[in-house]
Design a binder for this molecule. Structure first.
Ligand SMILES: *Cc1c(COP(=O)(O)O)cnc(C)c1O
Length: 450
């Protein structure tokens, strides 16, 4: 029995679960998708909340430029560029044996400053928000001050009275740890077993306490939560439920809108935008997708990508059970090389808030991510970590269903020719050279075997 039902009964009512359990790459387009005007209210947050987060990041820009000189080039705004990837698109068309019309682009969050992954959005935002709340309450700061004053011994001594705790598979811990330590906070990162050694080493070099667990992400998060509950000076960054993380991610969309306009890319009903977002617990892709829906309305279609071994969001939204079900309930092991995506139970908050705004979900095998990693390097000269490749097959999954789901959604041949497909590359620039060489070797070997 699984959650009060036999396995056969699950398979009868939810046939895709059989494919997920067999670890087959699976695609599910969401029959419950609803126009933005009707569904955006589900989220419980508004454009004003996103604007508030954006304004806060602007206030911190002066501080970030001082504390992290690599942010000076972009005036203290942590942002990544977009690049076209036509060569990879061509190779994918051959690999998947189907025409791939439209233009494929990459969003390089892999190269975000400070922590080199998408977590440099939400994770850093939440630390800054917490620091601002404390500093304003203590009258160490006013909203009109030059926030560069926070780069001082006085401010660090003040923040040093406070703690921050977080549970992570690696990248969130990196963002919270590096940012928190720079401000002066005492940061503890509870790391799951799959976290890479170099991430733990980097954090320790920054003066962050790293506690290692033999179990997966959920346990690391629970431990972080417990530490914080026992200590009123400790702020817990709740990756499963945090509204602030979510808002930090959502700011990406308005900036993307400017970037697309600068690149002369039109997004409207006739020129749809498809965005492929790697999903772990769901906060990062959920927050970005929320921002995208506010920025582009029904012209943007958001698709989440997960490893075949960790399809928690697909399972949660497909069954409507959200965080009441885990992949382990069905015997799926949640073991994947895709850092950040090894999550067995999705965020209940994100799944419920976003379920009517997301067009689809699909799974990708680890071998496919490695192969694509090598192809990305060979044809576009870009080095990404395995999880960042999860969005690449999305274009083929979408186009394979042109006559079905998408025709019902009203898209025609001309729309496909004019579409933009944006792959969100979520991490990679901080991976040490040796590790990257090993990833590439693995990918090339898979390619040579065909
Ligand atoms: C965390 C992470 C994701 C997904 O973010 P969630 O909020 O866990 O869904 C995707 N890619 C990378 C590299 C990450 O670190």
């Amino acid at each position: 029995m699984i959650l009060g039902r036999t396995r056969e009964s699950w398979y009868t009512h939810y046939p895709l679960i059989r494919h997920l359990v067999a670890l087959q790459p699976t695609t599910w387009f969401n029959p419950g998708v609803t126009p933005v005007a009707q569904a955006i209210g589900d989220v419980g947050l508004t454009a004003a909340d996103v604007a508030d987060a954006s304004a806060r990041l602007n206030r911190f820009a002066a501080y970030l430029q001082r504390a992290f000189p690599e942010t000076v080039a972009n005036n203290g705004i942590i942002e990544s560029d977009i690049v076209p990837i036509p060569h990879l698109q061509h190779v994918l068309s051959e690999r998947y044996d189907q025409p791939l019309p439209g233009a494929m682009w990459l969003k390089r969050d892999s190269h975000l400053p400070i922590s080199g992954s998408i977590k440099a959005r939400g994770g850093i935002y939440e630390v800054l928000k917490h620091a601002e709340d404390l500093a304003l309450a203590a009258e160490l700061l006013t909203l009109d001050d030059d926030y560069a004053l926070l780069d001082s011994d006085k401010a660090r001594a003040f923040f040093g009275q406070y703690k921050i705790a977080v549970g992570s598979t690696g990248n969130l811990g990196m963002s919270i740890g590096i940012m928190g330590a720079a401000l002066g906070f005492q940061v503890t990162v509870h790391m799951s077993a799959d976290a890479r050694q170099w991430k733990k080493d980097t954090l320790r070099c920054h003066g962050v306490e790293v506690i290692e667990y033999a179990s997966d992400y959920s346990v690391a998060v629970a431990q972080g939560r417990q530490q914080a509950e026992a200590d009123p000076t400790c702020h817990f960054v709740d990756d499963e439920n945090s509204v602030n993380l979510f808002l930090g991610y959502s700011v990406a969309a308005e900036r993307l809108k400017t970037q697309l306009a600068t690149a002369n890319i039109t997004v409207d009903a006739q020129h749809p935008l498809f965005v492929y977002l790697p999903c772990g617990v769901g906060g990062a892709p959920g927050g970005v997708a929320f921002g995208l829906k506010l920025a582009f309305g029904d012209a943007v279609h958001c698709i989440f990508a997960e490893p075949t071994h960790s399809p928690c969001m697909l399972l949660g939204v497909y069954t409507g059970l959200h965080d009441e079900v885990s992949v382990q309930d069905f015997g799926i092991d949640n073991v994947t090389a895709a850092d950040g995506l090894a999550v067995g139970r999705a965020s209940g908050f994100v799944g419920k808030a976003m379920q009517r705004l997301l067009d689809g979900f699909y799974t990708v095998s680890d071998d496919e991510m490695y192969s694509l990693l090598a192809l990305m390097e060979r044809h576009e000269g870009l080095r990404l970590e395995p999880s960042a490749l999860a969005g690449v097959p999305g274009i083929a999954r979408v186009l394979a269903d042109q006559q079905g789901y998408w025709q019902r959604a009203g898209l025609n041949l001309q729309n496909w020719a004019q579409a933009t497909h944006l792959v969100w590359a979520t991490g990679g620039s901080m991976v040490p050279g040796e590790e990257m060489d090993a990833y590439l070797a693995k990918g090339r070997e898979l390619l040579s075997k065909g």
